[in-house]
Design a protein around this ligand. Structure first.
Ligand code: AMP
Length: 224
């Protein structure tokens, strides 16, 4: 049975890291709108051309673009396994559109989980992070270095990248966008009893365990 969940929380809360872990453990697909937009920018598509400057400024890309992107993504066959929405919805109109898109496919949101974090830690968390260009494994200057300097633990790659919007100034803009436009989603979900919170400041494994406790055991006989 497909489970659909939303991970909410400011940039740097750990949504991407936890979404990848849940994808591996439960088999739903991680739908990261940030990753989709970065791919569109890299490919130079019309959406990418519109989104690039907005992303670099730490602002939110138009709802209309995001809703069309998620709608198209949900039409692909793997989304019938359920999804972990990472970075979407980010506005109330996006949240309303997601409800309608899922309902149109006979699905609904099973859990909306807020990763609660301390703002002061976020700028440091984000400005030190980088990833392997080849396999996407995530690292951090202070908190998670590869075992051998300059070599990816997962794939042996030696080429790493940092996101253009992961600098301290843009991170502050992204945080203020979060509080102005995304935090109002919390009462939207709270009103219908769908929201629960997890301490995102805890050790990564503890956060994963808390999420797994909310999702419950993977259904027996699930062959994914
Ligand atoms: P993320 O990787 O989730 O931190 O997203 C990086 C950037 O992509 C954001 O700062 C926004 O500019 C843009 N973005 C990603 N998801 C959305 C969304 N749901 N709505 C609007 N803009 C988004």
């Amino acid at each position: 049975m497909a489970i659909n969940i939303v991970l909410l929380g400011p940039p740097g809360a750990g949504k991407g890291t936890q979404a990848k872990r849940l994808e591996a453990a439960y088999g739903m697909v991680q739908l990261s709108t940030g990753d989709m937009l970065r791919a569109a920018v890299a490919a130079g598509t019309p959406t990418g051309l519109r989104a690039k400057a907005v992303m670099e400024a730490g602002k939110l890309v138009d709802d209309e673009i995001l809703i069309a992107m998620i709608s198209e993504r949900l039409s692909q066959p793997d989304a019938s396994r359920g999804a972990i929405f990472d970075g979407f919805p980010r506005t109330v109109p996006q949240a309303e559109a997601l409800d309608a898109l899922l309902a149109g496919r006979g699905m609904r949101l099973d859990h909306v989980i807020e990763l609660k974090v301390d703002d002061a830690a976020l700028v440091e968390r984000i400005s030190g992070r980088y990833s392997c260009r080849k396999c996407g494994a995530g690292y951090h200057d202070r908190f998670q270095q590869p075992a051998r300097a300059g070599v990816c633990d997962s794939c042996g790659g030696t080429d790493f990248l940092r996101r253009a919007d992961d600098n301290a100034e843009t991170v502050r803009k992204r945080l203020s966008e979060y509080y102005a436009k995304t935090a109002p989603i919390l009462p939207y979900y709270q009103a219908r009893g769908a929201l629960c919170g997890v301490d995102g400041m805890a050790d990564m494994d503890r956060v994963t365990a808390a999420l797994a406790a909310i999702l419950g055991p993977r259904p027996a006989g699930d062959a994914r």
